[in-house]
Design a binder for this molecule. Structure first.
Ligand SMILES: NC(=O)c1ccc[n+]([C@@H]2O[C@H](COP(=O)([O-])OP(=O)(O)OC[C@H]3O[C@@H](n4cnc5c(N)ncnc54)[C@H](OP(=O)(O)O)[C@@H]3O)[C@@H](O)[C@H]2O)c1
Length: 304
């Protein structure tokens, strides 16, 4: 199959490209960072509707995954108009363009559409209640995408992994700081379900192969606090876990409100895929193996 990845320079985008390349033809769109990637890259401005149509007509992909977004919550609060454009308007245009050309479309949403008030796992049936601009725009994008492309897959995700900047993910934050012997804080009052981004990518590809559509929670199966996540990383990498201080997010300088409970059920996904979601522990080991095998340096090298 031919897969077109929008936002290929992002944490999900680059790792999805690396996974998809094993079995599929990959073509990517970014804003200019990827200049020596092992797959075809278009440098394009997504904000122009003509660009989207022209790239789709040139590439003629079977599948398109939209990984582009304004993901910095604080930035979304500062410039909500821009967040609206990249997080809502662009995905809707992409979804529409794909529907017109019968290209299977995956849009990536977030676990953060929920307010965290529920004490149990959130299912796809639960009512979202976004707490900030970022999560509101992501929820709006879900509705906007389905309005024009009812067959689209919308995947609510949360993942960790190696990024092109070496600093985008929470996992890189912990590993890099602990390696330098620096003290860091880990939030004890935000619970989430981390999964290695490469595992997320494989699940998304499998969802396309199995021709799924609709809303899915594509996260890990082991809920933990951000503090616990840091401890798990420190143990796996043989780093000092005592450098991580348990803290409340309320003590931080972050201004965008965050949901305290991002526990999402993956029951629908595992049922429809016909197998269990790979456990957190195997993804953590793979993350460490990638480090040992210089995977982070390899993907960062695609920028020069
Ligand atoms: N990371 C997580 O754990 C997490 C959690 C929940 C949901 N998600 C969702 O997962 C998806 C991927 O997230 P991520 O962490 O991989 O994101 P990311 O690393 O921040 O990457 C975002 C991508 O979007 C591109 N982009 C941003 N603004 C753009 C613009 N104005 N025009 C064109 N491209 C633009 C970026 O290009 P540049 O590199 O040029 O800036 C980059 O390729 C997003 O939909 C996000 O909301 C992620």
């Amino acid at each position: 199959m031919k897969l077109l990845i929008i936002g290929a320079s992002g944490l999900l985008g680059i790792n999805l490209a690396m996974e998809a390349m094993r079995e599929h033809a990959v073509v990517a769109v970014d804003r200019g960072k990827l200049i020596s990637a092992p797959f075809q890259v278009f440098h394009a401005d997504l904000l122009s509707q003509d660009t989207i149509a022209s790239v789709l007509d040139q590439v003629q992909p079977d599948w398109l995954v939209n990984c582009a977004a304004m993901t910095n919550l604080e930035q979304c609060e500062r410039v909500p108009e821009q967040a609206q454009i990249i997080n809502v308007d662009v995905p809707v245009q992409l979804a529409n363009a794909c529907a017109e050309r019968t290209i299977r479309f995956i849009h990536i949403s977030t676990d953060a559409v929920f307010d965290g008030e529920k004490t149990d796992f959130y299912t796809e049936e639960d009512r979202p209640n976004p707490l900030g601009v970022y999560s509101q725009t992501k929820l709006d994008s879900e509705h906007g995408v389905w309005a024009v492309n009812p067959e689209a897959i919308v995947a609510r995700v949360n993942f960790f992994g190696w990024s092109l900047s070496n600093s985008h993910s929470l996992s890189e934050f912990f590993v890099n700081n602990l390696m330098e012997g620096k003290n860091v804080n880990g939030f004890t009052d935000i619970i989430f379900c981390p999964i290695l981004v490469n595992v997320t990518a494989r699940l998304l590809l499998e969802m396309l192969t199995k021709d799924l559509s609709g809303l899915y929670h594509v996260v890990g199966t082991k809920p933990m606090s951000k503090y616990q996540f840091g401890i798990e990383l420190a143990r796996t990498f043989g780093l000092r876990e005592d450098l991580i201080s348990p803290r409340s997010v309320l003590q931080s300088s972050l201004t965008a409100r965050r949901s305290p409970n991002l526990r999402l059920s993956t029951h629908k996904l595992s049922t429809d895929l016909g197998h269990e979601i790979p456990p957190f522990s195997t993804g953590l080991v793979e993350f460490y193996t990638q480090f040992q095998q210089s995977y982070p340096q390899k993907i960062r090298g695609y920028q020069h």
